[in-house]
Write a protein that binds this ligand. Structure first.
Ligand code: ZN
Length: 243
């Protein structure tokens, strides 16, 4: 099976469309949460993602905040403004579908979590010290996560040691060798590793590989829409810098 792996779209329709146009042939789609929040097109992004064939989808912290399942007071000022705007903007259909999503889901083949296996809504997985408790929190060889908007791989060796790597665009990670993996493809709609291109991944369970991909998109158009929606201008500016 080849899976298209998407996370953190954040209501950025231009980035989402660029990724869907760029994605190589795949059998199913895994979306790891935060479809809305920050960006200007929450309803259109919900419609586009929910219609993708073979979709498994998670909720993220911004989705839950827009639905008031978690308190937006936990967010910084710009994120909170965007969450409140999204709450007003979401139509009832999009709201009902988003409400049906959970932030973690496991199968025999892989685990999926928005933030981390131990804290799927809030934990940012960044440091190797976070590896051991999180590898203990799922049984499959691979867990896919989002939330940080930064491509990153945690590798658990057979001796229990954990390494963290920051994969380059285009890098192909081999998933064999007796290791276990927690993989973040990077964010579609608001990349944060200094590269403004939309990030996503392809998981191939036959070839046992994960490929990290990037694609440029019309971020100037998104920036204009953010301003016209009355969202904080900083949420548009940051897209240019990939921060
Ligand atoms: Zn996010």
């Amino acid at each position: 099976m080849r899976y298209l792996v998407l996370t953190d779209v954040h209501a950025n329709l231009e980035a989402l469309e660029a990724v869907l146009a760029d994605a190589p042939q795949h059998d199913a789609v895994l979306f790891l949460g935060d479809l809305v929040g920050y960006g200007p097109d929450p309803n259109a992004c919900v419609q586009r993602v929910r219609a993708l064939p073979g979709l498994t989808a998670l909720a993220g912290n911004h989705d839950w905040a827009a639905l008031r399942k978690v308190n937006p007071a936990a967010f910084n000022a710009f994120a909170r403004q965007a969450v409140e705007w999204t709450d007003r903007e979401l139509d009832s259909d999009a709201r009902a579908w988003l409400s049906s999503l959970e932030p973690r889901q496991d199968s025999d083949v892989m685990a999926l979590a928005h933030g981390s296996p131990t804290d799927p809504i809030w934990e940012y997985l960044e440091d190797s010290s976070q590896g051991p408790p999180n590898f203990r929190a799922f049984g499959a060889p691979v867990c896919l996560v989002g939330h940080t908007h930064v491509p990153r791989v945690f590798i658990e060796r057979p001796d229990g040691s954990v390494d963290v790597t920051m994969p380059e665009a285009g890098e192909v990670l081999s998933l064999d060798g007796g290791n276990r993996f927690i993989i973040n493809p990077g964010g579609v709609g608001q990349p944060r590793n200094g590269d403004p291109r939309a990030a996503y991944g392809i998981l191939d369970t036959d070839a046992q590989t994960f490929t990290f991909r990037r694609v440029p998109y019309e971020l100037a158009a998104t920036e204009v829409k953010i301003r016209e929606a009355g969202l904080p201008a900083a949420l548009g500016n940051r897209l240019r810098f990939g921060i």
